[in-house]
Design a protein around this ligand. Structure first.
Ligand code: ADP
Ligand code: MG
Length: 486
């Protein structure tokens, strides 16, 4: 996943830093900067510009190499030298004063990425519309930027579980877990890639800390801040598939990880079925998940959670009922740094066991079929670019985000899951994967109270207070690196 990002060299990096493939990284390495390279730029965390882009020039040679290779990030497909030169001296009219050079840096540095381009402010989407609109329409098939929007429906209707089709029995018996999340950015703060200092991220974390402390009783939980989290806390969160850990060259090349770990955190509800990621890339990822096939419960909880968080922010920032809490674009809906999440920001998925189908058709072919036929995709069980679980689990989720109501996107996922489960059933003669082969353990981090003694209680030594993580959460550790596409 490191791609060929060093082709054009990295600006200001004197001695090249070895970029280890994810699989070679020890857990200890995760989210820590290399102490020996403390004074150098770290490609896993710092924004390093391609040499030509840093001089506002088109990287012609690198571009040609990428075009000649067998994969092109979407930013390369949609930005040739002519368009770049036409737009290169423009600056977005938003807070970030974004440029085309910043827009495409990640994809040029990392040719293996899928999208490879990001914005630093909402205005960028319109100010560079010649680049963005066709790309957005290609990604979110069926959505046309300048077509009139569909007539609004209420939030309750958008999250109405009665509008969802049912999962088949074949599907239910093969589902390990369900996760639905949405991405949101706060209207009053700069998008993270365009933020000039750590301050806005820190202010967002503080603001949300206040919001979480006032959630109703059935939503109470703990905010884990990256800057102060203990090793035990961190490991527990990683093993439960809850933690985001930075250290991704693709995200770094878009400025997602700047000032790491300042302002980053994860809120986990007591029952671990509702989580928020704070400043991973977008300001907030609101996540509902559980170890079951109960898509309806997960979807309903997400709708409720979004409402509570939105209202909490509204109250904390003294916004009126008609003022937007979240960054909202009249044509593009909820604004996200990555074009793949625009609109609803919703990705609903299940871990589905399809070992026979994987053996029969292979990961790539199944993914292609899901995209072309069902507007869905498959990922491994450790996030993008990871591998399927040892029991043949894949993450099946909707691919589009914009132009469709939330229940329609979850419907896409259910229809696709039913189809895959039926194919799997045919190949397996109706047998589900035996329990003993089920390797993906999720939502089983040590309970928050056990893992991290509350600060007020302070004293007990960590060894006493925290059960050994291996005992509490025997999950295999799956690296969660991904491109910033999602
Ligand atoms: P996102 O689109 O939210 O960025 P990623 O693919 O990056 O999602 O995955 C984020 C994390 O959530 C990973 O650790 C992954 O293992 C976990 N995850 C994704 N889907 C599920 C699921 N259905 N059940 C449990 N964990 C999941
Ligand atoms: Mg992601």
């Amino acid at each position: 996943m490191t791609g060929d990002r060093k082709k054009d060299g990295g600006k200001k990096v004197e001695s090249p830093i070895e970029i280890k493939p994810v699989a070679d990284q020890k857990q200890d390495d995760i989210e820590k900067r290399d102490p020996e390279a403390a004074n150098e730029l770290d490609p896993f965390f710092d924004l390093i510009m391609n040499d030509q882009l840093a001089n506002n020039e088109f990287p012609t040679e690198t571009y040609k190499e990428i075009v000649a290779s067998d994969h092109q990030p979407m930013c390369v497909k949609h930005c040739n030298e002519e368009l770049f030169n036409k737009l290169k001296d423009k600056k977005s009219l938003g807070k970030a004063q974004w440029t085309m050079a910043r827009t495409i840096n990640s994809g040029i540095q990392n040719p293996t990425s899928f999208v490879g381009c990001h914005v630093g402010d909402m205005e960028s989407y319109d100010n560079f519309s010649e680049f963005w609109y066709p790309l957005i329409e290609e990604y979110h098939k069926g959505f046309i930027v300048n077509e009139p929007k569909r007539e609004e429906i209420s939030t309750a209707e958008r999250f109405d579980i009665n509008k969802l089709p049912k999962l088949s029995e074949e599907a239910k018996m093969r589902i390990v877990s369900t996760r639905i999340r949405c991405a949101r950015n706060l209207a009053d703060f700069p998008l993270n890639p365009g933020a000039p200092t750590a301050e806005s991220r820190q202010q967002i974390l503080e603001l949300l800390e206040g919001v979480y402390s006032k959630l109703p009783k059935d939503f109470t939980g703990k905010l884990h801040k990256h800057e102060v989290m203990s090793e035990e806390e961190r490991e527990g969160l990683v093993k439960a598939h809850f933690l985001f850990r930075g250290k991704d060259v693709m995200q770094a090349a878009s400025g997602y990880h700047q000032f790491w770990p300042k302002g980053r955190g994860i809120f986990v509800r007591e029952d671990q079925k509702f989580l928020n990621w704070i400043n991973e890339g977008d300001h907030i990822r609101i996540i509902s998940m559980e170890k079951s096939s109960d898509v309806e419960a997960v979807f309903e909880r997400l709708g409720e959670g979004i409402r509570l968080v939105e209202n909490g922010i509204r109250e904390a920032t003294n916004k009126k009922a008609d003022e937007s809490v979240f960054m909202f674009h009249p044509k593009l809906g909820s604004v996200t740094c990555c074009p793949s999440n625009l609109g609803s920001g919703l990705r609903g998925g299940v871990f589905l066991q399809i070992p026979n189908l994987l053996a029969d058709q292979g990961f790539e072919a199944i993914d292609k079929m899901c995209r072309e036929k069902y507007h869905c995709q498959i990922r491994g069980t450790g996030g993008e670019h990871s591998s399927p679980g040892a029991g043949g689990e894949v993450d099946v989720s909707n691919w589009r985000r914009i132009g469709f109501w939330e229940y329609e996107l979850v419907t896409d996922m259910i229809v696709c899951v039913n189809a895959l489960a039926e194919m799997e059933a045919e190949l397996s003669g109706g047998e589900a994967v035996p329990d003993e082969d089920e390797p993906v353990v999720i939502v089983e981090a040590p309970k928050v109270e056990e893992a991290a003694p509350k600060v007020e209680e302070a004293a007990p030594k960590v060894e006493e207070a925290a059960p050994k993580v291996e005992e509490a959460a025997p999950a295999e550790v799956i690296d969660e690196f991904e491109e910033p596409d999602s």
